[in-house]
Ligand binder design. Structure first.
Ligand code: MLT
Length: 325
């Protein structure tokens, strides 16, 4: 399309969430980028018809209603691994390409998992709060060592494998369940691959989840599964909210079946929006460590994902194919 002065009009890109400036600066050389944080779903639907590309992280829900309103949209770019906040079937039906960054933040997610694992083992958040409150509770805050303990990994994909290698470095035994993982890949990382979740659960002292959110993984860890774990085992979720059933986990913490939980992701974020929800009560539980979906939040990871998706958006807007989808 040509503008009134005869020059081709620049494509317009909407970015309704905070994205690292590296990729955005690259885009701005060729297209117009509008950073508009805090739009409601209705406001987003009102402005989307003006844009050829939409750049999101995890907060924006790219629904069928939004996509149907997006008359010029060519591409939705998800600055992260998961595309579960994008209605991909509707986008595909409308001819809108969905791109992501399959590995830009995997190191960050794995490092956050290990940070939470160690924090939980040594009561770091509680100890910090206690000292700040003027207390000196050395005997109340005795922790456990992770060396010699068994870490169970559900999902031995890119993040799961990095977590496995780091855990081996900490002296942990690592056992994983993943129907898609190759035995040779697991063996190379010194990980014992088991056939099923039921085989994994009774063996582990710590359990960490690294699967995408799919119909088959939603609520995958609920009461029946938590009951199969050793009494006093600990659990981490830096993958997606809802893979571990929040109500079931809360009950298991209250009964002592699960001794500790470290949770970065929630079914509905922020979980405290509804203070009566299981997730909000889980966050308040004294043996639950909670972080606000920080798995991918490092300077390095945000630069990586921003560059990854902005390069792909540029290729699509100037007519080339994306590197991945
Ligand atoms: C991801 O899917 O990679 C993360 O959820 C990204 C993010 O934190 O926005």
């Amino acid at each position: 399309m040509n503008s009134s002065n005869g020059h081709a009009a620049r494509s317009r890109v909407l970015c309704p969430e905070k994205l690292s400036s590296d990729g955005l600066s690259l885009l701005r050389k060729t297209v117009d980028v509008d950073e508009k944080e805090g739009l409601t779903p209705e406001q987003l639907i009102a402005v989307i018809p003006e844009y050829e590309a939409l750049l999101v992280r995890s907060e924006t829900k790219v629904t069928a209603a939004l996509l149907n309103a997006a008359r010029k949209l060519k591409v939705v770019a998800r600055a992260g691994v998961g595309v579960d906040n994008v209605d991909v079937p509707t986008a595909t039906k409308l001819g809108v390409v969905v791109v992501n960054s399959p590995s830009g933040n995997i190191q960050a997610a794995a490092e956050h998992t290990i940070a939470l694992l160690m924090s939980m083992a040594r009561n770091v958040p509680e100890a910090c709060a206690s000292v700040k409150a003027g207390k000196w509770e050395r005997s109340r805050l005795v922790g456990i060592e992770v060396k010699g303990k068994t870490l169970g990994i559900v999902g031995l994909g890119k993040v799961g494998l990095i977590v496995a290698r780091m855990a081996r470095g900490l002296g942990m035994n690592v056992v994983a369940a993943d129907p898609y993982a190759a035995q040779s890949v697991a063996a190379a990382a010194n990980v014992t691959l088991v056939e099923s979740l039921s085989e994994l659960l009774p063996r582990v002292d710590f359990l960490t989840i690294h699967t995408p959110m799919l119909a088959s993984t939603r609520g995958m860890l609920s009461t029946a599964e938590l009951d199969q774990m050793k009494r006093g085992a600990r659990i981490l979720n830096v993958a997606r909210g809802g893979i571990v059933d929040e109500e079931a986990l809360l009950i298991a913490l209250e009964s002592g079946q699960i001794a500790g939980a470290a949770i970065d992701v929630f079914t509905s974020e922020p979980p405290t929006k509804d203070p009566d929800s299981s997730a909000a009560r889980l966050v308040q539980h004294p043996r639950c460590i909670a972080t606000p979906h920080l798995g991918a939040s490092t300077v390095e990871a945000q630069e990586n994902v921003s560059m990854d998706v902005c390069e792909q958006v540029l290729q699509i807007l100037v007519g080339d194919l994306p590197r991945s989808a």
